[in-house]
Design a binder for this molecule. Sequence first.
Ligand code: PAF
Length: 302
Amino acid sequence: MPPVVTSTASELRKLCDGIRLRGGRVAFVPTMGALHAGHLALVEAAKKRATLVVVSIFVNPTQFAPGEDFARYPRTLDTDLQRLAGSGDVCVFVPTVGEMYPPGDQTRVRVGALAEPLCGPFRPGHFEGVATVVCKLFTLVGPCEAVFGRKDYQQLLVIRRMATDLLMPVTVVDHPTVREADGLAMSSRNTYLSPDERARALSLVQGLDAAARRFAGGERRARELERAAREPVERAGARIEYVELRDADTLADIPENAGDRAVLAIACRMGTTRLIDNVVLGQDPPPLPTMHSRGIPAAKWP
Ligand code: PAF
């Protein structure tokens, strides 16, 4: 069954209101399209929570800084709709830029401290753009559960904070990062990678895995955990933007030792492609299947 597709704000609002009037529940998965198995896992998770799942597909111009990949971001609407077909009770919202940013548009959501570290300095204005578009989308969809992947960990925290601060009737649900069979975190930007870069991109998850295994073995020194994660990425010749251990809820700096839960986040450039990944130590298991992680059986994690 092909999904229902709409491109106007008023139609989407009417559809979602109608579902709720009939006693149904709406779940929401915002995307920029180029859908992969990671997005489809979010849609499956959303279906378990609702009568209707709204999937938005919108490459949001305000979250790209000048010189970033807005123009070349993969736009694959036909394939995306095929991937969502047959999944039943899905509405796909595909607005134009003019629909989301009406003529004269000048309002933005100002984000706070959560947007400052990690990607903040490397992508000026990014989180303001994300929060602004997600705020608009939440307003259209109305009361719902919205599902976000943990791969964009900082985005997840910024959006959850915004929903709380702006008293939005939205519950932000997070979903574990979906990985390729060899461990690479799924991302629409992986399609930019050459075969050689694709192979070297594995160093991110290898670094996170090494650090997660050190943590599982009792290591708590923040700089040691960062060093374990950084080493493989450096060896792979990536241009590192950051490898940082931070408080998993506030993203505050961890000057010395990690507590029971901390996020270890990496961003780097592999060639011209920007890649990010993370692991929440104390919550996520080491991200590589044991056979990929230097052959150490799980029972013998260091
Ligand atoms: O994660 C994304 O794909 C985007 O940042 C989002 C949340 C759809 C906003 O444009």
